[in-house]
Structure formats: structure tokens, C-alpha cells
Write a protein that binds this ligand. Sequence first.
Ligand code: C2O
Ligand code: CU
Length: 516
Amino acid sequence: MMRFAPSLLARRWTRRGLFQVMTGSVLLAVACSRRPVAPTPSPQTAAEPTVTVLPTRSGGSAAGPIREYTIEAVEAEVEFAGRRVRTFTYGGQVPGPELRVREGETLRVLLENRLPEPTTIHWHGIPVPNAMDGVPEVTQPAVPPGERYLYEFPVPVAGTYFYHTHVGVQLDRGLVGALIVEPGHEELAYDREVVLVLDDWLDGIAGTPEEVLRQLVGAGHGGHGMGHGAMPGGSMPGMGTMPGMTGTSGEPPEVEPDLVYPLYVVNGRPLEHPFEFVGKRGDLLRLRLVNAASATIFRVALAGHRFTVVQADGQPIEPLEGDALRIGMGERYDLLVRLDNPGIWPLVAWAEGTDRAAQAVLRYEGASGQVPARVTRPRELSGELVHGLRCRARSAGAEFVPDVERPIVLGGGMGQYVWTIDGQAYPAAEPIRVRRGQRVRFRLQNMTTMPHPMHLHGHFFRVGESATAPVRDTVLVDPMREVVMDWIAENPGRWAFHCHHLYHQETGMMRIVEVT
Ligand code: C2O
Ligand code: CU
């Protein structure tokens, strides 16, 4: 067993290359097993919002009506299952307030930074003008403590999105929130909707994100611990013995993550005190799922129900029925659920490759009874799985004939915690240059043993070469898989392109794509 900084009691799984974050008591109590933290019942209380998200007005202007919000980034105390932690939030709550805007409107957000550190906001998935993209030192200087920054851009496309900080490892605090863009004309018929933000949580419970990053990186250089021979990534010699690249078929693997968190939450609530939503028998419910986690792929299922996935990353897909859904970091999926099975049902978000989960609870009108305080794996989780590579666009696109095509090799590994694109670790990495208007094909080749949800800023892309390749902004690339990503470089500027695993991004798996 390894022990790190006193504030971060963690240990390594030398045999499997797994880095586990745990609380001290659990560490001592369960030694080598990985049982979840025992629930300690106490009411879940949201922190007093110190502010202040005001949909202040919707006025007219040449660029379309303006929807205006003020968001205060502020330290606040929040409570998880009886543990109070001081963390970074938007408006004093976790997740941050939901922003809503209509397609074609202009979103204007005044960010007030009351944090002790610089920060920014990135509008994940929205093709904003480059200067509004919120990537520090790339599209703007980070906003210093005590200062404000005005984000303003037209929102051209409907769907389920989210906003989050793009500074350091701040994302692994509470600086995330849903951003819902309503369509001018809704073609989906449903009775009500619920937004569910999935997250993994360690801040204040197992140290801080910065400490975890230091431990991950330090573990590699120390030469002891996260070991030798334990699932080295693609930068290590001996990769020649790995099986060859495979195509896009087959069920996705359940890979143990490089971080196992002490808590997983849905809408800021751990499973002992789940977020509840009400359903009415006969209704068609729309669930908007956002994976805002830093390092966790979730498998989601609603006990007692099947569902139909209708959108991926906010874009319509050919409806896909299933029992369970795999959702990577940065991805969003919209589901329709027919409420035909009255009762009280857990919606389980299982942290892939672990024995832990978060849950929310669907309570039918009139159903009374206790919410289960522990989660058992619902059988739906082993049922028919919907995942990114099964998605097809609702309407076929024109054939994509690339002007430029290039491999993008994802490399790196746990041994020396460095993650690369084409062998280079950002910021020591060259920009990828494309000309405005070019049709670009990236062949993402994952030469590592971990999945990487790759996200391109400022553009949508199509995944796969078929005419019904779905439109996405994030694509989960599994170990030893190749995925094709086609996009048109139509938004000029310097765009981040990175793995949405925060600790991979921070340790190199990012590039700037320059569209000039
Ligand atoms: Cu949601 Cu650069 O990311
Ligand atoms: Cu990654």
C-alpha cells in the first residue's frame, strides 16, 4: 500500500495500474477491497446561493434577442452525504445554475471571478467565435480574481450542452453547469424533461485536484509504485505486441479508470441522498444527460424501464432503443422514456470499471416509500447497451471527400503519467494547421490502454465514414481502436483539441488546431 501526501490518502494498484483515491478511514478499513464508502445519512443541503444567475432580459437586437446572465465564480461550502467541503462553484451551487437560451438568440454572460485564482468559461459544444471560447492563453487571458469578463455570442444550434472552466484542473471542482439551447421549433414530442448532470467528486474529500495531479505525475517519476509493467501506455516499448487496430465493431470494453473517486454524483447529490424527479404514468419523459466528470465514463440505466436515445451531443440521431447507455466525459445524450411502470426507481450511473455508482430517483406521482440508500446493479445495466459507435445521423449527409487527411496518434500511459498526441505532450507541441474551408479527416488511433473522449472546440464533426455518420463534438476512442473524425474547418481561430479526461488533458493530451 502506498501513502501519499497526508491530505490525499490514496493508494496504487500496482498490478493493474489503477490509482485509487479514497478517504483515510475507508483506506484503513477495507485495505485491499474496493467497497464503496458506507453511507452516512444526513440531509443534502445545497449551499446558500450567494448569487445570482439572472435571466435579466431578452431584448431585441440585430443579432437576435439577447439572453443575459451573470455568473459568479465563487468559493462556497457544499455538503455531500454529511461532509461539508469548501470548493469552487458557480453561484454557490453544484452543479452551477442551468442556463437556457433559444436557438438564434445571443447569449451574453457576465462572469464575475470571486475565486482566489484566475478562471474562464468554455461553452462546450457551441461553435462560438474564437475569442469567446474560454481557453486561457489561447483565446483569452484567464480572468484574474476580482475581475469580470463578458462573453457574448450568437447561439446557432439547439441541443444539450454544458459550460465549464478551462483553467488547470478546476473542472474537478464544481465549476460546471448545464446549458440548454431550445430549438425554434421542437420536433420531439414529450411531456416533461429533466436535466441530469453526472460528475465524479474528490475535492475536499480526498485532497484537491491539484494534489491528485501531483500524485499522478509524481508516481510515474518516482520509479516505485504505479508500476512497472502495469498497463503501460502507448509510449512504452513493446507496443508491437499489442493486438492490431480494430475497427468500430463490437461492444466497448469496461476499462478500469486511472482514478476511482470517493463520490459520484448526479446533480450534485451522492447516492445516499439522491436527486429525485417526479414522473406521471403514461408520460413521455425527456432526460438530458450531461457527463461533466473529469475522469469517469458512466453506464446509465433506469431500473424498470427501457429508453430511446434521440440525440447525441445535442444533435438528432436515428432513435436507438436500449436498456443502458455509455456516456464519456464531455458527451451528452438525450433519452425519451415512456413512464409505464409506476413505482420508485433508481436511475443508476455506474462508474465504468469500478464497483461504484451515483443515482437519481424517479418517483411516480402517488408512489410512496423509501428510496434505496444503496444501489445494487440493476439488471438493465447488463441489457442492450447504447454507445457512441452505434449512433447514426437522422438524415444522411453528403459524401465527405477530405482535402486533407492525417492520423492522430493518441499515446502515453500510466507508468510515466504523460499523455500525448503524435508523441508530443502539450504545451510542448506544435499546432495542427489547417486552412479555412478545408475538409479535414482525422484518423484517431488510440495506442494506449485507456479510452480517450476527444473533443474539438469550435466545430462539429462526423464520426465514421458512412453517409449516416453522426454529428458530434466529442468522441470516445477506446483502447487500440481507430475512429475517423470528419470536419470542415469553417470557424477561424485557434481551437483546443483534447482528451476530455481532465488529467490526460493536463498532462499533455491536447493540441491547438489553427484554422487560418
Ligand atoms: Cu469541455 Cu476543452 O472542453
Ligand atoms: Cu484521455
